[in-house]
Design a protein around this ligand. Structure first.
Ligand code: FEO
Ligand code: CA
Ligand code: CA
Ligand code: CA
Length: 663
């Protein structure tokens, strides 16, 4: 790994700071004069939109939309905030229990080997829970039952931290791990992807069900197919797949979503990091790959597998960066990469059924100065015919957001032939637009954001919440209305208001809900009304409970010494006088990141995922003061067994009196 950024102790640090590839290289020409281009660009964009707008208008019976019934007011949060801080274990608010449900290495498939970290193998890992659990989805059992006590948990495994996974591997240097082997690479490949695990609540506590018939492991080697407008395109063909429709595996699955028809969406995020090799500057894919920072040279997979070496397989990189749809109810179903939803570093893919029956999927592209997207299906969701919804995600319109200084937001369609998306700019089909989604969005003059992470529609209020985690590279003079601070060290949260709750609309309003950081800093918008006046930093994932209340998880990376607290879950006020303030509900152990949050249908359980335990900023934690290794980690959470390493785990949080989470 030759080009590993040297300022980071580990790849995880690079992940946290998104230093994996250059910040959006086009930002220099767009963000320096955002307000100016915002209006200058408007005319050409509108011109380009005409055809699509007409189509969309037909599909959207605007005149027939009815006002949404006023929703019942959400109850105020009623729990005592936990103390901020950092230590070797997790903490939850008084009156709640946080129980570890499943850990890296726990058997998922029937017959899987028990976890033995000293003798781990790819064969064992193939049947066990993978590494770095991130998104947690809840697929009720049976399908459609809204059962709060039994489900298939659908969990992403984003990436691997070798230094605390493998005995004797040591620390990563600028050339990677000197002790890396094919056998270890095979374990890494098996530890990526996702898990589908049947879980049940018995006598108030969650456990893995003894019935494992629906359990599944998906890895970076699982056969999948590509569908939608880019499937079968020449740019997706490789030596192993002359059809351009079959691909092995999914990588760097960060957040995701569930569809109303019970499928699990796995978002491929930092896919660039898995490739190495070189493309000459005049290679047809050079411009495309540069925009995604590919090859990223983070892993040694290319040493053992030609497909991860761009010199040998220059098209393989085009087969990643998509959203993968999985049917968790059928463990032999083939996962599908839905190309219509675009190719970028998808943080997540949260969905909502629009009032007209179309499905809308909100997606952030997590890189500094990259964009916010939504995908609107052409067809309508049929609640009475699950099979009829199977390929809804293959056709529709992908839009990118332009935030205007007047509080308006325009959704710009990424449609071949519209505006600048023409052969003159190197786009010859919709497949080209989707394969190079970022470059297409650059040309439409979308607004470069401060790392768009999870984007959650709120089905109760009709609003949408956008997590923007931070942006160390934004200069003070480059701030704009929707990204008002440079540098943006602690991130912010933007609230979108679709008109009359219409998520298919082409224009919304937007407002800033939170500017995170030091509550005493006038540049923060982070109220002390309901918190203990502590700092809040780097919103990453979020969830909406059944009452429409917002819960936010944080990923500060190695920045946590600045806020004085480990990552965790925050209950965030979105209405009333305390709007924009919050309080801390759960905290992770040292070096970990908070992912997941997912409520059960009755709001009586909150599942959270604790990722890369003992890794981020362990050196800055005074009781430890060095970087973690397998042999000597900052914490051995959750087992605290001297023979076991720290283990990423999913935790089930319940209220001791059986009540609703958050009151
Ligand atoms: Fe994988 Fe953007 O967090
Ligand atoms: Ca994330
Ligand atoms: Ca979410
Ligand atoms: Ca993250």
């Amino acid at each position: 790994m030759n080009d590993q950024p040297t300022e980071f102790a580990t790849r995880a640090d690079a992940f946290a700071a998104s230093e994996d590839s250059p910040a959006n290289p086009t930002d220099a020409q767009t963000f320096g004069n955002v307000v100016h281009t915002r209006y200058l660009g408007r005319r050409s964009v509108l011109k380009g939109m005409t055809a699509v707008a007409a189509i969309t208008a037909i599909a959207t019976p605007m005149a027939t939309l009815v006002s949404r019934a006023a929703h019942a007011a959400a109850k105020p949060f009623a729990f005592d905030e936990i103390a901020h801080g950092v230590d070797d274990t997790h903490h939850v608010a008084p009156g709640y229990s946080a129980d570890v449900l499943i850990r890296w290495g726990d058997p998922v498939l029937a017959g899987a080997a028990p976890f033995d970290p000293e003798n781990q193998s790819a064969a064992a890992q193939d049947g066990q829970f993978g590494y770095n659990n991130d998104y947690v989805g809840y697929a009720s059992l049976p399908f459609g039952a809204d059962n709060p006590d039994r489900a298939l948990l659908c969990v992403n495994h984003e990436y691997t931290n070798e230094e605390v996974m493998f005995p004797g591997i040591g620390r990563q240097d600028k050339d990677g791990f000197p002790q890396m082997t094919r056998g270890l690479v095979d374990i890494e490949i098996a530890a990526h992807g996702g898990s589908v695990v049947q879980v049940e609540k018995v006598a108030g506590k969650w456990r893995l069900a003894s019935d494992r018939s629906l359990n599944r492991r998906i890895t970076a080697d699982t056969p999948m197919r590509l569908s939608g407008p880019a499937a079968g395109h020449d740019r997706l063909k490789t030596n192993a797949d002359q059809t351009g429709t079959r691909v092995r595996g999914t990588i760097n699955n960060c957040a995701g979503g569930m569809t109303p028809w019970g499928t699990y969406l796995m978002a491929e995020e930092n896919f660039n990091g898995y490739f190495w090799g070189e493309l000459s500057d005049d290679h047809p894919e050079a411009r495309n790959y540069k925009r995604y920072g590919l090859p990223g040279n983070w892993y040694a997979w290319g040493k053992y597998y030609d497909r991860f070496d761009v010199t040998k397989e220059p098209n393989e990189g085009n087969r990643f960066g998509w959203v993968v749809e999985v049917d968790p109810y059928n463990p032999t179903s083939i996962p599908v990469k839905r190309t219509a939803m675009g190719r970028f570093k998808h943080e997540g893919a949260e969905t909502i059924i629009n009032k007209d029956g179309r499905l809308v999927v909100y997606q952030g592209d997590d890189q500094r100065f990259d964009y916010l997207y939504k995908f609107v299906t052409s067809g309508r969701y049929d609640p009475n015919n699950r099979a009829a919804n199977r390929d809804l995600l293959d056709s529709g319109t992908l839009f990118v957001a332009r935030f205007d200084a007047d509080g308006g937001l325009a959704w710009l369609p990424l449609v071949f032939g519209a505006g600048p998306l023409t052969p003159a700019n190197g786009f010859h089909s919709q497949a080209d637009v989707l394969i190079e989604t970022r470059r297409a969005a650059d040309l439409l003059e979308a607004t470069p954001m401060d790392r768009p992470e999870d984007v959650n529609p709120n089905p109760v209020t009709g609003k949408v919440y956008v997590m923007l985690t931070n942006n160390s590279k934004r200069k003070a003079g480059d701030a704009d209305a929707s990204n008002p601070r440079g540098p943006n060290t602690f991130g912010h949260i933007v609230e979108l208001s679709p008109p009359d709750g219409d998520h298919g609309a082409l224009t919304y309003k937007w407002d800033i809900l939170v500017l995170a950081g030091d509550p005493s800093d006038p540049a923060s918008k982070w109220g002390p009304e309901t918190s203990s006046n502590g700092w809040f930093g780097s919103p990453d994932n979020c969830a909406i409970d059944g009452q429409g209340r917002l819960w936010v998880s944080t990923d500060q990376g190695s920045n946590w010494p600045k806020t004085g607290t480990a990552d965790g879950i925050w209950a965030m006020e979105t209405e009333g006088p305390a709007r924009g303030s919050g309080r801390m509900f759960f905290r992770v152990p040292v070096g970990a990141e908070m992912c997941g949050p997912q409520f059960t249908p009755d709001d009586r359980t909150l599942f959270v995922a604790v990722q890369h335990v003992a890794v981020d900023g362990a050196k800055a934690w005074p009781p430890f003061g060095k970087n973690s290794t397998f042999e000597n980690p900052a914490t051995r959470w959750p087992d605290f067994d001297p023979k076991l390493p720290p283990r990423p785990s999913v935790v089930a949080i319940t209220k001791d009196d059986g009540g609703t989470i958050g009151g």
